[in-house]
Design a protein around this ligand. Structure first.
Ligand code: SF4
Ligand code: SF4
Length: 444
């Protein structure tokens, strides 16, 4: 059960994040210079091709929930890369000297205007790329824009505050090892075995501030599944936070440092597998972006919790009891970072099919699924609330069309956004998580 008081307290805490951001002392010229330096440095061959390949056909707009829900041309995916495109044309393209004759340079005002476009109005969901005839990877370009703006001290204050906290104290929302231990003690008092800080383990479970504070049932469920499987696993208090505010805010150094904490702990205990919690962006952050210090791939497997559970069910190692109500109508919301970016499509469905309920697919579904509107840190940006809610309406209609009475998610950020949308709309659909539903049907 989700504690509604904690949920509302979390929402209140988000409102106060801007007050916690530490100001910088950069001049306007330094901000502009830093942003452009990042744009230049990050424009590799792939990004240059993306920037030059766009033919302004506009198809991508139809795929973007922010454009679709507002019909405002400023939210078209292609436009979100305009500043990057201009800097490339003027400074790194083959015809740069010529382009500089007629293309104006970008300004600080441009950067401030684009803050909303690349933070509030892009969840880096990747849906636009699936429809683009030129295969332009807009999400990557948006991420480079975020890096440029962060370096210029122009990221939204909410993300700046959390990134500064994670960089300075290693915590997020004040949740450090002590708070993790308190939650572990609470779950242990409920009879759930949770190995903490074991010196050796085959599998390291990572959790996140959202689960420690709010979705404790998801942590408990994952622990129960691992215990049921007889896995030798542990949580590590020195490296448990899956949320990576380096990736979300645009701080590359923090992104690497946050991943390094997890890598160090996994290496220290000899883990062969790291299981990430139900957290969408944690998946690309550790599975796709992280490397060893020497650039080598990670020497352990990284799996999302829903991916792990689905694999265990498919392999026959995890069998579930029949449901209390087989006629229950459920649908699944694919988290963009898992399905579209990570290919985690079949595994959550294998888990949900094993529940033995009436599983209904949304239209479209899987890699083509609509984003919920709250990913990539957008949920934490206060001024984005209205825009995010408009985008959520598309998702809500998609779920309603299935006739399901329950939507199952595999990402805490999606869950928060769906919960907020449900509360605002008095939406009656039940919101569940994959691991919690599976754990409920574990054999005794
Ligand atoms: S669909 Fe691709 S080519 Fe067309 S406007 Fe969008 S990014 Fe450009
Ligand atoms: S990545 Fe998603 S949110 Fe961003 S522009 Fe493309 S469709 Fe829109």
């Amino acid at each position: 059960m989700i504690n509604q008081d904690v949920f509302h307290g979390f929402l209140q805490a988000i409102h106060h994040l801007p007050e916690m951001a530490q100001p910088d002392a950069l001049t306007d010229a330094e901000r502009l210079g830093r942003a452009k330096a990042v744009m230049r440095a990050k424009t590799d061959r792939g990004l240059a091709l993306d920037l030059e390949a766009c033919v302004n056909c506009g198809y991508c707009s139809e795929a973007c929930h922010f454009y679709q829900s507002t019909q405002d041309a400023k939210y078209s995916p292609s436009r979100k890369l305009d500043l990057l495109r201009r800097v490339h044309a003027r400074e790194t393209s083959a015809f740069a000297p010529l382009k500089r004759l007629f293309l104006p340079d970008i300004t600080l005002d441009d950067l401030k205007e684009w803050q909303e476009l690349v933070y509030d109005a892009c969840t880096e969901c990747g849906r636009c790329s699936m429809i683009c005839p030129m295969g332009v990877n807009t999400a990557r370009g948006v991420n480079v824009m975020r890096e440029a703006l962060f370096e210029a001290g122009l990221a939204p204050l909410e993300l700046t505050a959390v990134a500064q906290e994670q960089a300075g104290r290693g915590t997020v929302f004040g949740v450090g090892p002590d708070e993790l231990r308190q939650t572990v003690d609470l779950l242990r008092s409920q009879g759930i075995t949770i190995p903490l800080d074991e010196p050796q383990a085959d599998l390291m479970l990572v959790t996140t501030v959202i689960d420690v504070l709010l979705f404790q049932d998801a942590l408990a469920a994952t622990a129960r599944i691992l215990n049921h499987l007889g896995v030798r696993w542990t949580l590590r208090s020195a490296g448990f936070e899956a949320a990576n505010f380096g990736l979300l805010s645009g701080s590359e150094s923090l992104q690497k440092a946050a991943s390094q904490r997890l890598i160090d702990e996994a290496l220290a205990i000899g883990a062969k597998t790291v299981i990430l919690p139900e957290c969408g962006h944690a998946y690309p952050a550790l599975r796709w972006e992280a490397r060893l210090a020497n650039g080598q791939p990670l020497p352990f497997e990284v799996l999302a919790a829903s991916e792990f559970v689905g694999r265990e069910i498919t392999a026959g190692r995890l069998r579930l009891q029949p449901p209390e109500d087989p006629s229950r109508k459920i649908t699944y919301h694919d988290a963009c970072k898992l399905a579209r970016h990570g290919g985690v499509v079949d595994e959550p469905r294998a888990a949900l099919k094993a529940l033995g309920m009436d599983l209904r697919e949304t239209t479209p579904t899987a890699e083509q699924n609509w984003c919920c509107g709250g990913g990539a840190g957008v949920f934490l940006i206060n001024r984005a609330e209205g825009l995010r809610h408009q985008a959520w309406e598309i998702k809500r209609e998609q779920i309603d069309a299935t006739g399901a009475d329950t939507v199952v998610v595999s990402c805490g950020s999606c869950r928060l956004n769906v919960m907020a949308g449900a509360e605002a709309d008095a939406w009656p659909t039940t919101i569940e998580s994959v691991v919690e539903m599976v754990a409920r049907q574990l054999p005794d």
